[in-house]
Write a protein that binds this ligand. Structure first.
Ligand code: RI2
Length: 319
């Protein structure tokens, strides 16, 4: 195989991430790490340089799928930075080990985060949810293990309706669920003790990039003094924002919003489908991570500690 070809496992994972068959920032990160692992394990490269070029090409291919979830570049960076050695075999072993270590660390981080988030919840509380986040679900799982009785208000979350995944998993955890359309959130916030949301990226100033609709939900939650909690592993911290870059907001296909027939019937309209929005830190009460909970304004300290000032791009070909 030539160095420009992408292995089938990588191609398949990239397609699944782009189509959202693999979705949710943490799941995207483990999917990408596993795809790199498979390519490393199966590579037929005979020279170390060719192996490295293949791995970088695979990482670039995965990187191009969804621009907002920073867990994707963070995962690729973690694995590629651990690729080391002088022979193909050494490179292979270190890359596979890096991918395995990444997935294990992510699992542990999610459990630790869940324990912190669960401490915010009291027996009998009502929690309002937007979209579906495995980091949020980890908090609920731990709270349920602690024997806390919870009620959930779950927003449908147009256009992909991930609220249905949240509702199903909450029922499996024994949580009673009231399912609502997105526009009903204001009314039901009066009954909620907390709002729990996940994050796809968190910027250095504490802004939270999450599923479209998070910002308006946070604004009305603040108006009612309902605390809004963001459950996000440190994998969601966007290190490039330390040096002034902003997080790109993914624009998805209009077919997720309106059918071709409906569109044709309406007439000449422009349809836009931003997948995410940005919630300023002033609307967020706490960011819950595996390292404890932080006021959003202080997340930059953790970001500097974990990533330093320089962000590497190990998927680029050396100049
Ligand atoms: P976890 C999702 O995006 C949602 O915005 C969710 O809050 C976030 O990823 C984090 O998910 P999408 O992939 O990593 O559904 O907590 O567009 O699972």
């Amino acid at each position: 195989m030539t160095t420009t070809e992408i292995y089938p496992a990588v191609e398949e994972t990239a397609e699944k991430i782009a189509s959202m068959e693999i979705r949710g920032a943490a799941t995207i990160a483990t999917g990408a790490a596993r795809a790199l692992r498979t390519q490393a394990a199966e590579s037929t490269a005979s020279e170390p340089a060719a192996f490295e070029r293949e791995m970088r090409a695979a990482a670039r291919h995965l990187l191009d799928t969804r621009p907002t979830a920073v867990s994707l570049p963070n995962s690729l960076r973690y694995v590629l930075e651990r690729m080391e050695g002088h022979t193909v075999e050494e490179l292979r072993v270190s890359t596979v080990a890096g991918a395995d270590e990444f997935c294990e660390r992510l699992d542990t981080a999610q459990d630790d985060l869940g324990a912190v988030g669960a401490n915010r919840l009291n027996d009998g509380d009502s929690v309002l949810f937007h979209c579906h986040s495995t980091d949020v679900m980890s908090c609920i799982e731990v709270a349920r293990e602690q024997g806390k009785d919870l009620h959930a208000i779950v927003k449908e979350t147009r256009p992909r309706k991930q609220g249905q995944i949240t509702a199903r998993q909450l029922r499996e955890l024994g949580v009673s669920v009231t399912f609502i359309v997105d526009g009903a959130a204001g009314r039901y916030l009066d009954d909620a003790d907390h709002v729990f949301v996940g994050a796809d990226s968190i910027a250095a100033d504490g802004s939270v990039v999450n599923k479209i609709g998070t910002r308006s939900l946070a604004v009305i939650a603040r108006e009612r003094d309902t605390p809004i909690v963001v459950a996000a592993q440190t994998l969601k911290l966007a290190p490039t924002t330390l040096s002034g870059h902003s997080v790109e907001i993914e624009m998805r296909d209009e077919s997720e919003v309106i059918s071709e027939d409906d569109r044709a019937e309406i007439g000449d309209i422009e349809v836009e489908n931003p997948a995410f929005d940005v919630t300023p830190p002033r609307y967020v009460d706490a960011i819950v991570t595996e390292r404890g909970q932080f006021p959003p304004e202080s997340i930059v300290v953790l970001m500097r500690e974990l990533f330093g000032e320089q962000t590497s791009t190990p998927w680029q070909e050396p100049a």
